[in-house]
Write a protein that binds this ligand. Structure first.
Ligand code: ADP
Ligand code: MG
Length: 434
């Protein structure tokens, strides 16, 4: 899965179509969380400083093929302009004469942002003519939108097939971090899986059981496992048609000698709303009229004990209904605990929109080893699935040692020639190239 990146091609003077994931939350026409924009900056910065002409493209929300003024990319362009300290123009439409002209006028080291791709229904249909029109803007293609790489759309797959296609730095990092997790994790390796539903996460559980030493289950998904153990869960969210599957997963864990941790005490509430009555009780027998909404303190203690010596941790899915502050305690404590584990050198990787939101709410993001920008994409990758937007990027050729030597020699000679042409000493040229 080693892909060529922007570093592997000479971008100077080239028009480069860059698929980014600027699908950010907006409120009153302002970006409320710019993490996704920031995540794409290293690639954008690299391309601009190497003299590329950068055409950024993204989707925003679900306009379903129609222009929606509330989903225009202007607020994104404004935020990006602030971050880059220069004006980023945004076109009025991803297609059409306005965009064609704006692209033509780009000079080396300049950039623009195309309007929301999903204003055209052809984007999500991966329409060949639409992809061709986008490809006509550029000579090279770069994908830095890991969060949409699991979708085969025109801008993630169609265009990539029509141009030499490279990974951006964010894409490179996501692939490296997530595949290292599954290929060569430092042990003990623990996974924490929470969130709402078992059904969406069964495949990833199966895959994780092949790799982990400890599996911690929480959130709504744990309820189905409690049922599988013959316990009652009252009115809690649970998937009764998944109980057999949950039993199978537990049996598989036993066979693989994976330690599985399920809640031993839980917070139950009369309703899943703010201001309702709630209490902590053992997870043995949940009364018929109550909902499980969080894990209890005893469970958190057990989890922390099980995670204390883990060298690698993957976390997906909150441990409770963390959107309601009274039920956010489990999720927030595990986030703080994992941040502290990462501080001591453990590799802690988090994937999943809601888990990441819980971390960001507490300002802990910087302390984690890696926070994946793609929820669905990261899970599909961990399931061992190929992401269509990744498959289409060019593979790094596997070189024999002799070929590697020759390539290094060629690169050194080229750097030297370039330095001489520019009247610099080769030593400084080497440094500048790095
Ligand atoms: P992620 O986005 O991190 O992958 P999911 O989307 O799978 O996570 O799950 C997040 C949702 O799970 C949240 O909206 C949260 O309220 C819900 N959830 C967690 N625990 C429970 C529970 N016990 N009952 C109902 N919903 C829950
Ligand atoms: Mg989610």
């Amino acid at each position: 899965m080693d892909k060529l990146t922007v570093r592997d091609v000479d971008v100077a003077g080239k028009r480069v179509f860059v698929r980014v994931d600027f699908n950010v939350p907006l409120e009153d026409g302002k970006v409320t969380d710019d993490s996704r924009i920031r995540a794409a900056i290293p690639t954008i910065h690299y391309l601009l400083s190497h003299g590329a002409r950068v055409i950024l493209a993204s989707h925003l929300g679900r306009p379903d093929g129609k222009v929606q003024d509330g989903l225009r990319l202007r607020p994104v362009a404004e935020r990006l302009s602030q971050i880059l300290g220069r004006n980023v123009p945004v076109t009025g439409d991803a297609l059409g004469i306005g965009s064609v002209d704006a692209v033509k006028r780009l000079r080396n080291g300049e950039l623009l942002l195309l309007e929301n791709l999903r204003f055209h229904a052809e984007e999500e249909k991966n329409d060949p003519a639409f992809a061709q029109q986008l490809a006509d803007y550029a000579e090279l293609y770069v994908n830095d939108a890991f969060g949409t790489a699991h979708r085969a759309h025109a801008s993630t797959v169609g265009v990539a097939k029509l141009l030499p296609a490279y990974a951006g730095f964010l894409m490179e990092r996501e692939l490296a971090m997530l595949s290292r997790l599954m290929e060569n994790p430092a042990r003990p390796f623990a996974a924490i899986v929470g969130g709402a539903k078992v059904s969406g996460k069964l495949k990833v559980l199966d895959e994780l059981l092949k790799k982990v030493d400890v599996l911690v289950l929480g959130g709504g998904m744990a309820n189905t496992f409690l049922l599988a153990q013959g316990k009652t869960v009252g009115k809690s969210l649970a998937e009764h048609d998944m109980v057999e599957e949950a039993r199978r997963v537990l049996a598989l864990a036993e066979k693989k000698k994976v330690r599985v941790l399920l809640p031993v005490d839980v917070v139950v509430a009369k309703e899943v709303t703010r201001g309702t009555e709630y209490k902590t009780i053992p997870a043995e027998k949940i009364p018929a009229s109550w909902h499980i909404v969080d894990v209890g303190r005893a469970t958190l203690d057990l989890m922390e004990e099980a995670l204390a010596d883990a060298k690698t941790v993957f976390w997906n899915g909150p441990l409770g209904v963390f959107e309601i502050p009274s039920f956010a305690h489990g999720t927030r404590s595990i986030a703080r605990y994992l941040a502290a584990r990462a501080d001591t050198g453990a590799t802690v990787v988090v994937g999943g929109g809601d888990s990441v939101a819980a971390i960001q709410q507490q300002g802990l993001a910087e302390r984690f080893t890696h926070i994946s920008t793609g929820g669905g994409a990261s899970l599909e990758l961990l399931e061992g699935r190929e992401l269509p937007g990744v498959t289409v990027l060019q593979d790094r050729p596997i070189l024999t040692p002799a070929e590697k030597g020759a390539a290094t020699k060629r690169a050194n000679a080229a750097a030297k020639a370039k330095a001489e042409a520019e009247g610099r000493s080769p030593a400084t040229a080497g440094k500048a190239a790095r």
